[in-house]
Design a protein around this ligand. Sequence first.
Ligand SMILES: *[C@@H]1O[C@H](CO)[C@@H](O)[C@H](O)[C@H]1NC(C)=O
Ligand SMILES: *[C@@H]1O[C@H](CO)[C@@H](O)[C@H](O)[C@H]1NC(C)=O
Ligand SMILES: *[C@@H]1O[C@H](CO)[C@@H](O)[C@H](O)[C@H]1NC(C)=O
Ligand SMILES: *[C@@H]1O[C@H](CO)[C@@H](O)[C@H](O)[C@H]1NC(C)=O
Ligand SMILES: *[C@@H]1O[C@H](CO)[C@@H](O)[C@H](O)[C@H]1NC(C)=O
Ligand SMILES: *[C@@H]1O[C@H](CO)[C@@H](O)[C@H](O)[C@H]1NC(C)=O
Ligand SMILES: *[C@@H]1O[C@H](CO)[C@@H](O)[C@H](O)[C@H]1NC(C)=O
Ligand SMILES: *[C@@H]1O[C@H](CO)[C@@H](O)[C@H](O)[C@H]1NC(C)=O
Length: 592
Amino acid sequence: MAARAGSFLAVWVLCAATLSTGYGLNTANAVYGETIIIPCGQEIVDGLLFGKWKYEKADGTPVFVAARSDVKNKISYEDVPEYKGRLNLSENYTLFISDAKISDERRFVCMLVTEDNVFENPTVVKVFKPPSQPEIKNQPNYMETGKLNKVGECVSLESYPGGNITWYRNGKALEPVAGVISIESSNDRSATSGLHNMQSSLQYMATKDDIDAEFICTVTYYMPNGQMAIESDMAIFDIYYPTEKVTIQIHSPRKTIKEGDNITLRCIGNGNPPPQQFLYYPPGQVEGIIGSSTYAITDIQRNASGDYKCSLLNKNMIASTTVTVHYLDLFLNPSGEITKKIGDTLPVSCIASASKDVAVTWMKDHKTLIQPSFTNLQYRDSGLYECETILFEVDGLRRKETFRLTVEGNPRIKLSKKASSDGKTKTIIYEVEGFPKPEVQCTSMGNGVFLNRTKEIPVSETKFSAELIISPEENVTITCSAENRLGKEIVSLNVSAISITDRDETNGRSEDNNDNAKLIIGIVVGLLLAALVAGFIYWIYMKKSRKRAACLIQRIGESVLDSSSATKHVGKELGNTEENKKLEENNHKSEA
Ligand SMILES: *[C@@H]1O[C@H](CO)[C@@H](O)[C@H](O)[C@H]1NC(C)=O
Ligand SMILES: *[C@@H]1O[C@H](CO)[C@@H](O)[C@H](O)[C@H]1NC(C)=O
Ligand SMILES: *[C@@H]1O[C@H](CO)[C@@H](O)[C@H](O)[C@H]1NC(C)=O
Ligand SMILES: *[C@@H]1O[C@H](CO)[C@@H](O)[C@H](O)[C@H]1NC(C)=O
Ligand SMILES: *[C@@H]1O[C@H](CO)[C@@H](O)[C@H](O)[C@H]1NC(C)=O
Ligand SMILES: *[C@@H]1O[C@H](CO)[C@@H](O)[C@H](O)[C@H]1NC(C)=O
Ligand SMILES: *[C@@H]1O[C@H](CO)[C@@H](O)[C@H](O)[C@H]1NC(C)=O
Ligand SMILES: *[C@@H]1O[C@H](CO)[C@@H](O)[C@H](O)[C@H]1NC(C)=O
């Protein structure tokens, strides 16, 4: 840089020297510390004897510094302490002064002497020194909006001639504006070195626009080749400004809040630095509760739902938010372990109460079912009942209540018999029902011996059956008792000796009335159909032959009678209601 400036300078100096010839106002510019080159500025004339260089003191008295005899080709330097060892005079009478100093700024005169003339040519020396890079000192940590803030002092040292400091914000020069921008600059010249120290302090009214604004100062100064500038490092300030708006946020583990959650309300002011303290107003609180930027609510309950507010400590700038605490209750009646008797009534209710509409679903033994209602309990109603409800809007909010129903019933046993195909044995079958499962024991009345039976096999969930295979020598009465802790039922069945073929017969409880009703309807319909057929045939044949018709009617009548007797047989085999009632009366000799 210095080298380039130096070569540029040399060219510039030469030009100036050439241009100035004849006016006696040549200038030699030099950079402080470098070499001052002062051409004689006078053409070397013929008949030259010698040349001399002198400078002029402030009062005008000349001081000779160097001389050269052209004749002897000899250079001599005067004993001037200021220039000792710094001078070099070339053959063409250009004077070099090394290590340029501010004090070298004076008029030098080149004198060429011939036998009959003396040519004098003065040159003014100018020295330039660039200042140090400006530095912004005493920067504050932050600036507050709405008041004049000291931005700092820009300091740039040791310039010659003096430089000017200018402040810039985001690249734009700052000019003093009353009450907004105040700049105080000073320029001190050191008496010893003659160098200038520049300083400028800036006071600035900050606004929020100054967030991230870049402040720099520059120093402009003169160099031989014109005006130059150096920039300071940039300064950026934290801008403090008051809160203009307060917001409140809900922080909860999930999107929706449910009872038992821990939530936090966060109050935020948009000022800088953000406010650290707020007043909180839970629902119904008029006087705020002082708190930090967060307000925690642990194990929140439904009664905590409502509007929550917060404000600055001066009660300004209120923000509000609504907290909704979701809840879900489930009331199941009955619950726990329930034991009921068959045929009983059991009212059941499952009611959900929640922060939103919810439905309940039912499960029995892990299979869905519709809301149960028991007006006539059956064994199949036993099981584990679960009533469940889910609040879909709220993650993980579900409730389940259960009851286990056990339907108990007295033992019911039924006996039937069937003849084996080989005629050597008879098979008695019993079917027993009841809960808890009844114990069955069968004896033959004839000898009072307990009868062996096959393994009980389930007929349905609550019914079991087993077979007794006997070979009675004579007519016997088989008696079976079924017993559980609720009671005992005893039934008997007459079985004739093996030699006599029994009709299949059942003894015991009646089947469902419903089945009997179906049977009766079947019989009636059968009879009606037969009668209809008879009527139809009668109608066809009546016209043809009265005699023949009469004969036919007789025959059809017989067949109708036959079919009715067959139906009666079926009826007897399976029993009708009245018959079964009689059987029961006979057979229930004892029942607990
Ligand atoms: C003067 O300059 C010449 C060349 O430019 C050099 O040879 C000589 O040593 C210099 N003399 C002094 C005293 O610096
Ligand atoms: C005079 O001589 C010096 C070196 O001795 C040279 O740099 C300079 O250009 C010369 N000046 C003129 C005007 O010839
Ligand atoms: C400094 O400012 C003054 C006044 O505005 C001006 O005359 C001078 O040229 C400036 N100097 C520099 C180095 O810019
Ligand atoms: C709520 O916080 C308490 C302690 O402050 C903790 O014991 C409890 O487990 C938290 N509850 C939840 C749902 O995180
Ligand atoms: C909610 O109710 C419980 C008891 O019912 C009470 O302890 C609690 O203070 C109440 N909370 C609010 C915020 O009202
Ligand atoms: C019943 O069975 C057992 C062994 O299964 C047998 O010892 C016993 O004699 C049998 N009783 C009758 C009466 O058949
Ligand atoms: C079984 O036989 C006895 C006589 O041995 C008789 O009194 C009873 O009525 C008979 N019971 C049935 C159901 O037929
Ligand atoms: C055995 O019962 C049959 C009818 O089932 C009857 O006809 C017979 O007379 C009875 N025998 C005795 C010895 O009672």
